[in-house]
Design a protein around this ligand. Structure first.
Ligand SMILES: *[C@@H]1O[C@H](CO)[C@@H](O)[C@H](O)[C@H]1NC(C)=O
Ligand SMILES: *[C@@H]1O[C@H](CO)[C@@H](O)[C@H](O)[C@H]1NC(C)=O
Ligand SMILES: *[C@@H]1O[C@H](CO)[C@@H](O)[C@H](O)[C@H]1NC(C)=O
Length: 416
């Protein structure tokens, strides 16, 4: 009798183990593994992220920054697809992919971008629209149009750049339309009009893994500098978040998971208001890894600006400074796979994003409320300039990197 019962129990345990094993197997198949090439490109786009950011940050008068390294990488992929010889080879060098075959470069970048920007699977809003503008005299090669659509989801159009006003309007209308109005302006001017132009227009809205309460929002001030403040709405909540206080470098690091914890939004904020230059000098892939390793689940009372930031960067010359010297040079560029002849270069690359931080997210885990876990929270009060980064959990891809220096808002006071 006893043995029988034992046998039944053993069987039951074995059966439930089997059930667990099989559901784990289903979960892994659903969450597909990235190919080696896509993984390599995820790493190299992250490497590129910091150098591009630092390069943009050096530019005079630049305040807010928002770049998507993985989208920059895919626009570089487009240059490789349309470029010949060393114009294309330079892209591979920038992406540390010299040994990767062309076809693998394109399919790897496509796979990576598809994986990380899948709004549905990731439960965040990320609209990406890419367009290549050629001058009205140019003709696009059919094979290029097809393969750039397939790999990079680029569309193509021609515009009369000599009519600068018309060209600017066409670009801005298209960007506004493809971001549902969230990004009304990419540029006020087209600058150089004798080349081809790449435009990335994006709208990104994080959907928090746990929402902020829509009523826990009020008007506060943001200190742009010691003497300049603007009024912004701020949202507040206390929760358990990855947190680290770097007492040597005097900054707070906070990680807030986005939906289903597939990615997270990380903040790097100095203790007090100060120019971000000091922190920016520290920013490297290695330092980021180190900080990530120190994040510790902590009760934090978080206050964040509830705002949207729209930023457009012309990164053509920054990419030139990072090694893309041929494609941006009228005399040297060979983009004949795009236009059939060697007389066009990349005159502008507008990389524009609208990012909106709101209270939306999945329901809160209310079981921790009123428990010791949330006792004596650390404060993370984001009322002065900080650096932020959206990082994919599975692939470690950096989806966005930027800084908030001046939120839109009414100027409250300027003190001398
Ligand atoms: C995220 O998922 C929730 C619930 O499953 C849904 O209500 C919401 O619309 C989704 N949001 C996005 C941006 O996908
Ligand atoms: C805006 O988008 C819609 C649908 O996506 C399209 O039909 C329309 O032509 C677009 N308008 C402009 C100005 O691009
Ligand atoms: C993480 O936090 C807990 C409690 O707040 C603390 O005991 C622990 O030492 C911390 N771990 C690290 C690695 O800082």
């Amino acid at each position: 009798m006893v043995t029988n019962l034992l046998a039944i129990i053993t069987n039951l345990v074995a059966f439930s183990l089997l059930a667990i094993a099989s559901s784990a197997a289903t979960a892994t198949t659903a969450d597909k593994v990235l190919s080696n090439h896509a993984t390599l490109l995820a790493d190299s786009s992250a490497g590129l992220a910091f150098s591009l950011y630092q390069n943009i940050a050096k530019e005079k008068d630049t305040e807010n920054i928002v770049i998507s390294p993985v989208v920059v990488a895919s626009s570089l992929g487009l240059v490789a697809l349309g470029g010949k010889a060393s114009t294309a080879a330079q892209v591979k060098t920038m992406l540390s992919a010299d040994k990767v075959k062309d076809e693998q470069l394109h399919s790897g970048l496509a796979e990576l971008l598809e994986e990380v920007s899948d709004s549905k699977a990731r439960n965040v809003t990320w609209k990406i629209s890419n367009r290549l503008y050629g001058p009205s005299t140019a003709n696009f090669v059919d094979a290029f149009v097809k393969s750039s659509k397939k790999h990079y989801k680029f569309d193509h159009t021609k515009v009369n750049f000599k009519d600068k006003k018309g060209a600017v309007k066409s670009i801005n209308d298209w960007a506004a339309n493809s971001t549902d109005g969230k990004l009304p302006e990419v540029t006020k001017d087209v600058g150089k009009t004798d080349g081809a132009m790449i435009i990335n227009a994006m709208f990104f809205k994080p959907h928090w893994d746990e929402q902020f309460h829509h009523l826990m929002v009020d008007d506060r001030v943001f200190l742009v500098s010691g003497s300049h403040t603007v009024g912004v709405p701020m949202m507040h909540r206390t929760g358990l978040y990855g947190f680290h206080e770097d007492t040597v470098n005097k900054l707070f690091i906070l990680s807030i998971p986005l939906a289903h914890k597939k990615s997270s939004l990380l903040f790097f904020m100095p203790y007090n208001v100060e120019p971000l230059e000091r922190l920016e000098k520290l920013l490297t892939a290695k330092q980021l890894d180190e900080w990530m390793g120190k994040l510790n689940e902590t009760a934090v009372a978080v206050s964040l600006p509830k705002i949207s930031v729209e930023v457009s960067h012309n990164i053509q010359k920054h990419l030139g400074a990072l090694g893309l010297t041929e494609a941006v040079d009228k005399k040297k560029a060979d983009m004949s796979k795009i236009f059939g002849k060697k007389d066009l270069y990349l005159s502008n690359l507008f990389h524009a994003s609208a990012m909106e931080w709101g209270t939306d997210g999945n329901p809160m885990d209310t079981t921790v409320f009123g428990t010791d876990k949330l006792k004596n929270p650390k404060l993370f009060y984001a009322d002065h300039p900080f650096i932020f980064l959206v990082k994919d959990t599975k692939t470690n891809t950096i989806l966005f990197l930027g800084r908030l220096v001046r939120p839109k808002g009414d100027k409250i006071r300027d003190e001398l």
